[in-house]
Design a protein around this ligand. Structure first.
Ligand code: ADP
Ligand code: ZN
Length: 210
């Protein structure tokens, strides 16, 4: 199954991507994570992306399209994959089409703007392995420490309240039109983000079936 997860920043795409990854045993591919890794390693691509990312803007299409082309060519994608955070613009979606990738389903996780800002302020990420947490919804076992690798949990620079508003504006302007794009193809399903992660996960898994 080839899937796309759509939704505003902080809607919980990453968490749902993990849930589907476990349920279907297909890789979850996050362009945000790939870019952050490149940045941590100091690659040219990472450095090029940094200023856009920190400002809450999208990284240029040609950069992320290149990342996805490379990633989807790997063996583990043969039986399907979940794209978390790609495509984020119409040209990115068109690039997937041009690559001959046939998407089976697009799940759009809807969370009202008013709730996004509050959610983002509680978000934490492991400095070392990139695992994500939430102080309220997905707390680590020990405060400030990653369950997976004992790394330090920090707040992402682009999760700062000022930047979150910019990211939301970018989402509405550049990414939301994708709902229409995929709705016209008949493969869009809407999931209302719930207060409890497990409740959202149940809705997500159901949306894969119908
Ligand atoms: P979130 O889901 O919380 O918005 P991500 O980790 O998916 O965060 O993305 C963080 C940042 O990485 C984005 O704000 C953007 O700068 C960059 N990025 C990730 N994916 C894409 C993409 N498909 N196109 C352009 N920029 C991207
Ligand atoms: Zn970690």
């Amino acid at each position: 199954m080839k899937l796309i997860l759509l939704g505003a920043p902080g809607a919980g795409k990453g968490t749902q991507a993990e849930v589907i990854c476990k349920a279907l045993n297909i890789p979850a591919i996050s362009t945000g994570n790939i870019i952050r890794e490149a940045l941590a390693q100091g690659t040219e691509m990472g450095l090029k992306a940094k200023s856009f990312m920190d400002a809450g803007q999208l990284v240029p299409d040609d950069v992320v399209i290149g990342i996805i082309k490379e990633r989807l060519a790997k063996d583990d994608c043969a039986n399907g994959f979940i794209l978390d955070g790609f495509p984020r613009t119409i040209p990115q979606a068109e690039a997937l089409d041009a690559m001959g990738v046939i998407i089976d389903r697009v799940i759009d996780i809807e969370v009202p703007d008013e709730k996004i800002a509050a959610r983002m302020s509680g978000r934490r990420v492991c400095k070392d392995c990139g695992s994500s947490y939430h102080l309220e919804y997905k707390a680590p076992k020990a405060e400030g420490i990653c369950d997976a690798c004992d790394g330090e949990l920090i707040q992402r620079k682009d999760d700062a309240p000022e930047t979150v508003l910019d990211r939301l504006a970018v989402y509405h302007k550049q990414t939301e039109p994708l709902k229409d794009f995929y709705s016209k193809k008949g493969i869009l399903r809407i999931v209302e983000g719930q207060e409890e992660i497990a409740d959202t996960s149940a809705l997500t898994l159901k949306a894969l079936e119908d």
